[in-house]
Write a protein that binds this ligand. Structure first.
Ligand SMILES: *Cc1c(COP(=O)(O)O)cnc(C)c1O
Length: 341
């Protein structure tokens, strides 16, 4: 009676092939919850696509990608730090490429870990990790296997910025450029402009780019008729009117109904978010479950593996065992089962 992710395998895979053809030098990103599919599934897809390298977020994710049979290079995206023992233990692995983002870290590795394969990350307008190419001299790379420069842009990143930063870096040392978050046309322009080998690290557009290739459903586990004002749930809140409690699979353990903060750039956007109705007419939080054609309110906050949803009226519109659609955020959801259809 699980929360199920159903994947239309041939449709999903055909989208991957389209992206691979559009993006020469594609590096699939398999990190975190595996974009809802799991790291193993993504690693197996990367093998099938025949790419030479994949990227993970952190050193601790490498094991899952290897266990799924991926034998190519694995790029660790989060930059190495001297106190990161898991990342340090991978430095001697000839098929691991470590990201380095501070001049002192590059110098330390050059002295202590000759032969380690590294990508040097540049600081962009993101201002997350990265250094200015001008901080480095060719001597700082001595002994290391230099695999190139990384340019990680904000979403909808600008070609001008990518070109400028890469140009300055290539003047310090020539090598491949590994971009993130450029549009495909901008990435292709960058590739032509630079005249070096390029790669682009892609997760969301690859795995989640064809929204019709996958869907999440919950199972109706129980139904209870309740009267207006009767109490229910852990918190013994009162039913707003006569109706049904529909118990569905999917709760906090699955990451269901976790809302990530959305960027609120304008007052108008804030207004829209409020108006979108996170609350129903009774002031209850709207759930991500669609029952009888509509998103319904939580009767109370979600439990670990299931949720209690309130459906007003005489007919709940569903029966025990039915599957109902759930709106999930694929980077936070963990389904119990993946059904490859
Ligand atoms: C996660 C990540 C990506 C992939 O991001 P998507 O938006 O999922 O495509 C690319 N580059 C870096 C450095 C990342 O951390």
């Amino acid at each position: 009676m699980p929360l199920t992710l159903t994947v239309d395998r041939s449709r999903w895979q055909s989208h991957h092939r389209t992206v691979l053809e559009d993006v020469p030098g594609l590096v699939p990103v398999a990190k975190g919850n595996g974009y809802g599919f799991g790291l193993g599934t993504l690693a197996a897809e990367a093998t099938r696509l025949g790419v030479r390298s994949v990227a993970v977020g952190i050193a601790q994710e490498v094991g899952a990608v290897r266990a799924a049979g991926f034998t190519g290079d694995v790029v660790v995206l989060n930059p190495w730090r001297p106190f990161d023992d898991a990342a340090t233990s991978l430095l001697g692995d000839a098929r691991i490429i470590t990201t380095v983002s501070r001049a002192e870290d590059l110098r330390a590795l050059s002295v202590a870990r000759p032969g380690a394969r590294v990508i040097v990350e540049l600081e962009t307008s993101m201002h997350r990790h990265g250094l200015a190419a001008g901080e480095l001299t060719p001597a700082d790379f001595a002994g290391l296997g230099f695999e190139g420069w990384a340019v990680h842009l904000p979403s909808g990143g600008s070609l001008d910025e990518a070109r400028q930063l890469s140009g300055a870096a290539l003047a310090v040392r020539r090598g491949p450029v590994w971009a993130s978050h450029l549009s495909v046309p901008d990435y292709r322009s960058l590739r032509t402009a630079l005249g070096v080998r390029t790669h682009m690290r892609v997760g969301t557009r690859l795995w989640l780019g064809d929204k019709r290739a996958y869907s999440t459903t919950a199972t109706v586990l129980d139904l209870h008729r309740v009267r207006a004002r009767s109490t229910l749930g852990y918190h013994q809140v009162r039913a707003p009117r006569d109706g049904w409690i529909v118990v569905v699979s999917g709760g906090t353990a699955h990451g269901v109904a976790l809302a990530a903060p959305t960027p609120q750039r304008s007052l108008r956007q804030r207004g829209v978010t409020v108006a979108q109705g996170v609350l129903d007419a009774f002031g209850r939080s709207l759930s991500p479950f669609t029952i009888a054609g509509r998103k319904r309110a939580f009767a109370e906050p979600p439990h670990m593996h299931s949720s209690m949803v309130f459906v007003p009226g005489a007919d709940p519109g569903v029966a025990v065992g039915d599957e109902v659609p759930v709106t999930t955020r694929m980077t936070t959801v963990t389904a119990d089962e993946i059904r490859m259809a």
